[in-house]
Write a new protein. Structure first.
Length: 116
């Protein structure tokens, strides 16, 4: 079965950190670009950042630069999103997405809540 499963979400205080993971199965993970997308309550999806298939290039939305870091371990079929200095505005459901040519695979999402 083709799937992506996110984990690591939860509640954290402002200024704290979380590390999200996304485990892939059922497809050739190492050929797919991986991105993270989030959706806050009442808002549309927002692109967070991504990493190329080899893991040699990463890119981020301006609001996440310097605070978020994406990495991947291809032999483990896993991608990570390290989030530091979290703000209440980072509260959202975070999704990982795998993309290759015209194919896209989405995970089910994991909730991140930043609140004191």
């Amino acid at each position: 079965e083709v799937q992506l499963v996110e984990s690591g979400g939860g509640m954290v205080q402002p200024g704290g950190s979380l590390r999200l993971s996304c485990a892939a199965s059922g497809f050739t993970f190492s050929t797919y670009e991986m991105t993270w997308v989030r959706q806050a309550p009442g808002k549309g999806p927002e692109w967070v950042g991504g990493i190329n298939s080899a893991g040699s290039s990463t890119y981020y939305a301006d609001s996440q630069k310097g605070r978020f870091s994406i990495s991947r371990v291809n032999f483990a079929n896993t991608v990570h999103l390290q989030m530091d200095t979290l703000k209440p505005a980072d509260t959202a459901v975070y999704y990982c997405k795998a993309e290759f040519l015209n194919s896209a695979i989405w995970g089910q999402g994991t909730q991140v809540t930043v609140s004191s």
